[in-house]
Design a protein around this ligand. Sequence first.
Ligand SMILES: *[C@@H]1O[C@H](CO)[C@@H](O)[C@H](O)[C@H]1NC(C)=O
Ligand SMILES: *[C@@H]1O[C@H](CO)[C@@H](O)[C@H](O)[C@H]1NC(C)=O
Ligand SMILES: *[C@@H]1O[C@H](CO)[C@@H](O)[C@H](O)[C@H]1NC(C)=O
Ligand SMILES: *[C@@H]1O[C@H](CO)[C@@H](O)[C@H](O)[C@H]1NC(C)=O
Length: 627
Amino acid sequence: MMENHSLESSLLGGDDHARRRRWTKAILYFSLFIILAFLRYTGSGGKIRVGNAHNVHRQIAGADIVESSKGVVAADDGRCSEIGASMLRKGGHAVDAAVATALCVGVVNPMASGIGGGAFMIVHSTSTNQTVAFDMRETAPLAASEDMYSNDLNTKYEGALSMGVPGELAGLHEAWLTFGRLPWNDLFKPAIKLAKEGFIVEPYLALSIFNSGESILSDPGLRSVFAPNGRLLQAGDTCHNIELGRTLEAIANNGPKIFYIGDIGKKLVKDVRNAGGILTFEDLRDYRVVVTDPISVNTMGYTILGMPPPSSGTVALSLVLNILDSYESLNAAKGAIGLHRLIESLKHTLAVRMNLGDPKFVDINNTISNMLSHSFAKQLQQKIFDNTTFPSDYYLPRWSQLDDHGTSHFCIVDGDRNAVSMTTTVNYPFGAKILSQSTGIILNNEMGDFSVPTEIGDQLPPAPTNFIKPNKRPLSSMTPIVVLKNDQLVAVIGGSGGLYILEAVIQVFLNYFAMGMDPLAAVQNPRVYHKLIPNTVLYENWTVIDGDHIELAEERKKFLEERGHQMEAKKGGAICQLIVQTITDDYDDVNQMGRKYGKPSSNDKRFAHGVLTAVSDPRKDGRPAAV
Ligand SMILES: *[C@@H]1O[C@H](CO)[C@@H](O)[C@H](O)[C@H]1NC(C)=O
Ligand SMILES: *[C@@H]1O[C@H](CO)[C@@H](O)[C@H](O)[C@H]1NC(C)=O
Ligand SMILES: *[C@@H]1O[C@H](CO)[C@@H](O)[C@H](O)[C@H]1NC(C)=O
Ligand SMILES: *[C@@H]1O[C@H](CO)[C@@H](O)[C@H](O)[C@H]1NC(C)=O
């Protein structure tokens, strides 16, 4: 139904530019189909499985999904997916592709991420059966303090004081040192070209520029890039960030030291301090990436690998899935009653997760082990009733919720089945709403993700485990994950959209693994969200940027209302990217959905190379790319 709709809207809807783009897209995919079909026909295409007629139809309609046996990239921008795929074609590791993709996203979607921000990255190396978590999240500057915002809370969210020490570049470099195969310099070329020669403003960026129009016009740096002639850039315009191009060039040639202990850093610090910030050269020099084991969650027959705190994402996902898993069967998560149980599980989990913080500063061991524990989940499940929901205080929340704004996610799987799941952010759109003019870098406003004593968010006190300390990392909802079954890679998932990320990632996981939806439907299916306070279910009912309408079914809404849920329509939500691997032959372990997953065996088929399907969320105008 969705597919028909998007085909219709692609033929009828949109302005001339968008229509041209769609036709170009259609022609491109049709040519691709002919080539792939030919390869398959002549038998030279190896294990490439061309989509059946239905899939090809979907590709023409929205291009939100691609298949390949050789490698795929699902970013929230088609150009960046393609740049990532080009690195895989050169023989790069998934991490090489991730560096190039992240740099690209930082240029063409600068409201969402960039080297002025931070990120979480999960890398699963199939050949060594090893998973590494790279925590490149921003830290509080050395001069930061618990009550630094007590005079003016606004400065926690906007302006140079809201900036944390940027970590993304250090993290990308660390991951590349561990796994990269291509020269560092080569990974930067596409992003440098986009920044210096200019790129087309896509509708999603245009909307963001429009929404932040006032801030852009009032900051000389942002204005010079996003309103160069005094008029805000619109979709179809060309955007240049020459200074960022030069900065990236310097980092490509000299490595990250020119940023953390060199000239770029000096320029950045100067701009930040001129704007009233407290960042110092020492802050940059002392920044360290945390390289650590992932959190490993065993639930519903899968192993989910994700970030440990200060990300609350993986342990929260663990608790929700364990609650649902503690019903008699996975069928408990299906249908309207399944949706009610999911919402109740989310409400319990939100209450618990605000006890988390940066484990280097606060003791959260009990909270973590509870959130990973099946017996703790069972106790909460026994407090869920199928006939009713409860007021917020039933779930025993102690601290106000963190309302963060994680903003770009991509998934990558390469030919060796190494996988990257990375969520990157500058926190709010355009971060601190300041662009450093001497470097072209947008400052993050990640300090906004700390709790502070004077801020009463939702009637509850702020969470002390998340108070500011120099060098501390703020709590996050970003949830990049890799999913294994019998040691085989079966999915890579993540999303952007703040608090809603973890709720969306859980729903995509359940849609695919418990409901048996196909990958596109698993991402596209209408979602619900909850913040615990107010005690309201937010459900999707909106028309997204490409013209697709996403709306929770009326009967679902009624079913939830009958159980006492306050329902409120939401025009927006998280953006999720998904890659799945399905193994269609040679393996004999069939799960209850009828999908086959590889099983390690004694011969060289220890690691399966199945078909990879990549989906970029149709809610944003991104597209995936295949090798
Ligand atoms: C892969 O690693 C996991 C966790 O470390 C381990 O349990 C498993 O036995 C390993 N599998 C293979 C095939 O080496
Ligand atoms: C929490 O757990 C970690 C890892 O297991 C351990 O190193 C640390 O000592 C524990 N902290 C406390 C306060 O028990
Ligand atoms: C829900 O069911 C329980 C028993 O399972 C009952 O005690 C309770 O009164 C019911 N609540 C409502 C609102 O119907
Ligand atoms: C969604 O919104 C439309 C109008 O914008 C309304 O007619 C429709 O009833 C809504 N659907 C639900 C499930 O609320």
